[in-house]
Design a protein around this ligand. Structure first.
Ligand code: UDX
Length: 452
C-alpha cells in the first residue's frame, strides 16, 4: 500500500520505518532539510534500538523514502499519517497548529480521495476540527467531489522500545466510523494482526481519549506507589516487599508499580496537563489527575531532600556523583528527567555535579553547555573521584553490578541515594555504606567494614 508520513520525529520516523518493513511503500516528509539529508543516508535522528538497521534495510530495498516535498507525499500516499508535534501551550493545552496546518496543506494539494490518520497525541475533538478544516479547504478549491477521511490512530510506543512496540503492538486503536477508511486501515495493519486480531474500532473522539486515559492510568499507578513509598519509609516498611506482594494479584500486576524519583519524559507530564485542561474546559474537576501531578512534582525534589537531610551543614562545595541523566534507560532523552531537577537544585545549593549516563551525555551537554559545576565523566566509576555522595537517577543495566567496597572507599560520606531502588539495603549496609532508597528501610552500616 502507498503510505505517506508527515513528521519524521519520534513517532513518525518509527512508524514510517515499521510500515516499510512489512512491505508498504512509504514516503516520510519533514520540513527540516538537514534531518532529511541524514535520514536518506539511513542515519536516525533519534537514539532508538533497532532503528538504524530498519532504516538501512528499507531504504536499500526501495520501500522507504525521505523528502521535504509535501506535494510528493500527498500524491503518493492513499493513507497519510500526521505525526507532527503537539507541544504544550502555556495553559497546558496541546498546541494543534502543526497538526491543523499539515491537514490544510494536504487538502490544498490532493487530487484524489485521501485518508488522513492522526498519529500525534491530540485532545478530544481534534479529528472533528481536522475534518472541518480539510472540507473547507477542499470546497474553497472547488473540489467538492473529493473526500478527506479522518482517522484517529493513537500511538502507544515507549522510548527505548519504540521499534519493538510499533512492530508488535499490543493493540491498534482505529477511531473512524467511515467504512472506506476502516477498510483501508484494516489493509494497512493486516501484517500486524496475523496471529490474532489486535484492532479495536471506535469513533474518533473515543480513540482520542484512549491515549490520554492510558497514560493517565499509568502515571496514577506510579504516583500511588510513590505516595505509599513515603508512607512505607515512615513506618519502617519495605516498599519493595509491598510491591511484590500486590503485583502478584493479577488484577494489579507487576507493571508500572515501581516507586522511584518520579516519572518524566515527553509524554506523561505533558499528557496529564493536557487532560487536566480538557477536564477543566468541560466543567469536570480533575481532582485525581491534579494530585497525580502534584505527587510527581514533589517526588522529583525528593532526591535533593534526602541528600540535604544527610548534610546538615549544607550542600555548598559538596561534590555529588550522579548516575543516570536520561529520564529512563535505553534512551538519550532528558525531557522532564528527574536528573535535571536534581542537578539544577544542586547547583542552586552551590554543589558540584560529576555525572555519567551511557547515552545522554551529548544531550546533557547540549542542554547545559560547559559550566564549572558540571563535570561529565567518561565512565560510571570516574564520577566517584573526589565525590562526597552518589545519587542514582536512572535504572540503567550498567549500574546494577557495583563493587560496594570501591564505593565505600571513594565516597567521602559513604552515602548512596538511590532513586530507583537498585540494591539490597542489607548488602550495602554490610559493605559499610549509608544506603537510602525510595521507601526502603534504612539499615545502619555495619561498623566492622567502616574505617574508624
Ligand atoms: C509513555 C507510555 O508508556 C507510552 O505508551 C506512551 O505512548 C508515551 O508515554 P515513555 O514516556 O517512553 O512512554 O516511558 P515509560 O516507559 O512509560 O516511562 C515513563 C516514566 O515513568 C519514566 O520516567 C519511568 O522512569 C517512570 N516509571 C515507569 C516509574 O517511575 N515507575 C514505573 O513503575 C514505571
Amino acid at each position: 500500500m502507498e503510505v505517506s508520513v508527515f513528521g519524521s520525529g519520534y513517532v513518525g520516523l518509527v512508524q514510517a520505518a515499521v510500515l516499510a518493513d512489512v512491505g508498504h511503500q512509504v514516503i516520510c516528509v519533514d520540513i527540516d532539510d538537514r534531518k532529511i539529508v541524514q535520514l536518506r543516508q539511513g542515519i536516525p535522528s533519534i537514539h532508538e534500538p533497532g532503528l538504524a538497521a530498519l532504516l538501512e534495510e528499507n531504504i536499500k530495498a526501495g520501500r522507504l523514502h525521505f523528502t521535504t516535498q509535501a506535494s510528493d507525499a500527498v500524491a503518493h500516499g492513499k493513507v497519510i499519517f500526521i505525526a507532527v508535534g503537539t507541544p504544550p501551550n502555556e495553559d497546558g493545552s496541546a498546541d494543534l497548529q502543526h497538526v491543523l496546518s499539515v491537514a490544510r496543506q494536504i487538502a490544498g494539494m490532493m487530487e484524489q480521495d485521501r485518508t488522513l490518520v492522526i498519529k500525534s497525541t491530540v485532545p478530544v475533538g481534534t479529528a472533528d476540527k481536522v475534518r472541518m478544516e480539510t472540507r473547507a479547504t477542499l470546497d474553497a478549491r472547488d473540489k467538492t467531489h473529493l473526500n478527506a477521511y479522518v482517522v484517529s490512530n493513537p500511538e502507544f510506543l515507549k522510548e527505548g522500545s519504540a521499534v519493538a512496540d510499533c512492530s508488535r503492538p499490543d493493540r491498534i486503536i482505529i477511531g473512524s466510523q467511515d467504512p472506506i477508511a476502516q477498510a483501508q486501515m484494516a489493509e494497512l495493519y493486516a501484517p500486524f494482526n496475523r496471529n490474532h486480531e489486535r484492532t479495536t474500532y471506535m469513533d474518533n473522539r473515543s480513540a482520542e481519549l484512549v491515549k490520554y486515559a492510558a497514560n493517565a492510568m499509568l502515571a496514577t499507578r506510579i504516583s500511588f506507589m510513590n505516595e505509599l513509598a513515603s508512607l512505607a519509609e515512615s513506618l519502617g516498611v519495605d516498599i519493595e516487599a509491598v510491591r511484590k506482594g500486590i503485583g502478584s494479584d493479577p488484577r494489579i500486576g507487576y507493571h508500572f508499580i515501581y516507586p522511584g524519583c518520579g516519572f518524566g519524559g515527553s509524554c506523561f507530564p505533558k499528557d496529564l496537563k493536557a487532560l487536566i485542561h480538557t477536564a477543566e474546559e468541560n466543567g469536570i474537576e480533575p481532582r485525581l489527575l491534579r494530585t497525580v501531578t502534584r505527587i510527581n512534582d514533589d517526588q522529583r525534589q525528593l532526591l535533593l531532600h534526602k541528600l540535604k537531610a544527610q548534610f546538615p551543614e549544607g550542600l555548598a562545595g559538596k561534590s555529588i556523583a550522579v548516575w543516570g541523566l536520561a529520564f529512563k534507560p535505553n534512551t538519550d532523552d532528558m525531557r522532564e528527567a528527574p536528573s535535571r531537577y536534581l542537578m539544577e537544585a544542586l547547583w542552586a545549593e552551590g554543589a558540584r555535579v560529576r555525572a555519567f549516563d551511557p547515552e545522554a551525555m551529548t544531550e546533557c551537554r547540549r542542554i547545559y553547555g560547559y559550566r564549572n559545576d558540571l563535570e561529565l565523566c567518561a565512565t560510571r566509576d570516574d564520577t566517584l573521584q573526589d565525590a562526597d555522595a552518589l545519587v542514582i537517577c536512572t535504572e540503567w543495566k550498567a549500574f546494577r553490578v557495583v563493587d560496594f567496597d570501591e564505593l565505600r572507599k571513594k565516597l567521602r560520606a559513604r552515602l548512596v541515594i538511590d532513586g530507583r531502588n537498585l540494591f539490597n539495603p542489607q548488602q550495602l549496609a554490610r559493605a559499610g555504606l549509608h544506603y537510602i532508597g525510595i521507601g526502603l528501610p534504612y539499615i545502619r552500616p555495619s561498623s566492622a567494614s567502616v574505617p574508624a
